[in-house]
Write a protein of this length. Structure first.
Length: 283
């Protein structure tokens, strides 16, 4: 009952697009399930510090993330490595699965794969892998400072906000390495939909994500463990709904792995676009 009331309260605010600042108190009458009538006996009181529409909250998070990279780009450069460990000849990581699939496309079509990397950050680690393999590479980021550093490193780089901007194309491959933890479930689906529309048929989408998040302001609603100072969220819950299938994207086996520090468990998705099944009405 309480969760229903909270949901109705938030939905009403989202519909009218209002933003309420400061501390406000709301009284919501509960619904008597037997009679179907509102009951003052089931009244709940909510103290709300700030109530924005969901879209406004997500945009604020996105803008905050980009501003953080713009302001701290030099510090970010110092704490990131200049190369990526492909492991086991490239077959032991999600990036290796992605690269192998692109090389198959290249052999079958006889053309150089055109690839777009989203949320590249300021250091072209993945870009170097793609360029060394002979791919036609475009890197991108929502941060102007990151894009500038990528260009200084000699790469073609575009300023692309994953949430608000188009991806262009058609691309043979689109990758997102480390950018998904910044996205809410709604924004992630939006990014996947846009990526599917920007891929050529038979193209590959690859992304990775932390299975457990410790960012309490990341827009994820499934609480795994509520600690004294942090809430932990299950990112994989966002992936249980196979929304990729709606856009003609079909998964191939891809690995779960620990990051270089061994502190965060990540998983990955590598998906192939096949629009013919949508056209035939089979999905």
């Amino acid at each position: 009952m309480l969760s229903e009331s909270v949901f109705l309260l938030r939905r009403a605010a989202a519909r009218i697009g209002r933003v309420i600042h400061g501390v406000a108190t709301y009284h919501v009458d509960g619904l008597d399930r037997l009679s179907g009538r509102r009951s003052g006996l089931l009244r709940y009181t909510f103290h709300v510090e700030s109530l924005d529409s969901e879209a406004a909250l997500q945009m604020k998070r996105n803008n905050r993330t980009i501003a953080g990279y713009d302001e701290n780009v030099e510090a970010y450069l110092k704490q990131t490595t200049s190369s990526i460990n492909m492991g086991d000849g490239g077959h032991g990581t999600w990036l290796g699965v992605y690269v192998d699939a692109l090389q198959i496309i290249s052999r079958q079509t006889g053309r150089v794969p055109r690839v777009l990397d989203l949320a590249s950050g300021p250091r072209p680690r993945d870009g170097r892998v793609y360029r060394d393999l002979g791919f036609d590479v475009t890197l991108s980021d929502g941060s102007s400072q990151c894009v500038e550093r990528l260009r200084e490193a000699g790469f073609n780089a575009e300023k692309i906000n994953m949430i608000t901007d188009d991806f262009g194309g058609p691309w043979d491959g689109i990758s997102i390495n480390g950018g998904v933890p910044h996205l809410s479930p709604e924004d992630l689906e939006k990014v996947i939909r846009k990526a599917a529309g920007s891929l050529s048929d038979g193209g590959i989408l690859a992304y990775n994500y932390k299975i457990v998040l410790d960012e309490s302001d990341s827009g994820h609603r499934v609480v795994y463990n509520k600690g004294a100072d942090k809430d932990y969220y299950l990112r994989y819950q966002d992936m249980l709904d196979p929304w990729e299938l709606r856009y003609g994207l079909f998964p191939v086996p891809s690995p779960t792995f620990f990051d270089s520090g061994g502190t965060h468990l990540w998983s990955s998705k590598v998906l192939i676009k096949d629009s013919t099944l949508i056209e035939q009405g089979r999905i």
